[in-house]
Design a protein around this ligand. Sequence first.
Ligand code: SF4
Ligand code: SF4
Length: 356
Amino acid sequence: MQSVSVKQVPTYSPQLLDEAIAAHFDALDVASDLTPESRVLIKPNLLAGRAPDLAVTTHPEVLLAVVRWLSARGITKITLADSPGGVYTPASLRKTYTACGLDVLDDFLTLNEDITASNKDGFSIITPVLEADYIINCCKLKTHGLTVMTAGVKNLFGCVPGLKKPEIHCMKPTIGSFCNLLVDLAEVVRPQVTLLDAIDCMEGNGPGGGSVRHMGYTLASRSPYALDEQATLLMGLQMQMIPILRIAKERKLLSGTTQLLGDTLRPANPPFTLPDAVLGTESIFTPKGIFHIVFGRKKAFPRVLTRRCVGCGLCAESCPKHIIKIVNKKAVISKKNCISCFCCQEMCPAHAIEAK
Ligand code: SF4
Ligand code: SF4
C-alpha cells in the first residue's frame, strides 16, 4: 500500500516548515536511507525565473527547510538542479536562481551550473540527477494547460535538459503519448521521496500564467503517483480528469488504496479553476478519458493577446514546432503545425497567450 503524508502549513514560516518536513520524513522513514556520505539531489520546480510569491516555482523556504533537515543529519553533499523552460546554460540557470529567490541557498548547497547530460534508458537526463544517490523531488502544485495539473510526476520533466524538452513534445504530440512518456521518465528517474509545496498553489492558466490559490498544505510520499492522486483531490478535481493518473493506474503503478498519514486533507471548495486549454473540453471528460486519448487536444490553439505581448521572444524560444515569430515586437503564431502543447503559454511572463 502506498502512503502519503499530509501536513497543514498555513504559511512559509521556517519554524512551521521545519516541523512539517520532520513529520513527513519521520512518517516515511527517510533518515534510514541516508548516511553523511549520501549525495542528495533536490529537484525543485523552476519552470521560469519568477518571484516566489507568484507560485510558479517551489518556494525557497520549503527548499531551505529540506536543506536544514539534511544538514542536521551531517549530509553536506547536496545539489539543487532543474532544467527550466527555454535554453539551458550556466548564465540562464544563474539568472533563474536569482529571480526565484534561491541565492539564499548558495551557502548551504551547490546550485547546479553543469549543463551536461547523458542518456539513460532512452532519455537525455541532466548530469546531477544521474550522479545523485538520493533524489528529493520538491514539486509545486499548479494547474497545467496540457496535463491538467502538475505536481510530482510532471516535475520530473525538468530532468531533461533545455531544448530537448520541446523535441519530446514534437515526438509525442498527443496528450496520451506525452503523459505515457512522463510516466516512463518517472520510472527512469525514480525519486526516493516526492515533497509537494501546496501552500500557495496556482489555478487558472497554470503552470506559468495562472492566479495564486492558497491551500496551506505540504504533502510527501515515496510514490509520485500516490502524491499526485492526493494533490488532485486537494485541488477538488477528479482523478479520472488527470491523464498521468489514468496511465499510472493502467500500468499498475498506482495501487487501489492509499494510506494517509498526518493531517486531514480538505479538498478545495470551489475546485481549482482549470486552464482555458482544458475548460473547453471538461464537460466531455469520461471516466476512462476516451476523449483525450482519441482526440488529443486538437481543438484548443494558442492566441496572442497583442496588447499584452512585450515581444520578449520566450514563447518562440520554447515552441517545439518553431512556428512563432516576433514581428514588430509582437509574437505571431502560425496555427499550421501547432501541436497545442501550450509551451508558449507556459513560458509567457506577460499572460499574453490564451487558448482558443
Ligand atoms: S505555438 Fe504554442 S501550442 Fe503551438 S506548438 Fe508552439 S508552443 Fe506548442
Ligand atoms: S507572447 Fe508572451 S512570451 Fe511571447 S513574446 Fe509576447 S510576451 Fe513574450
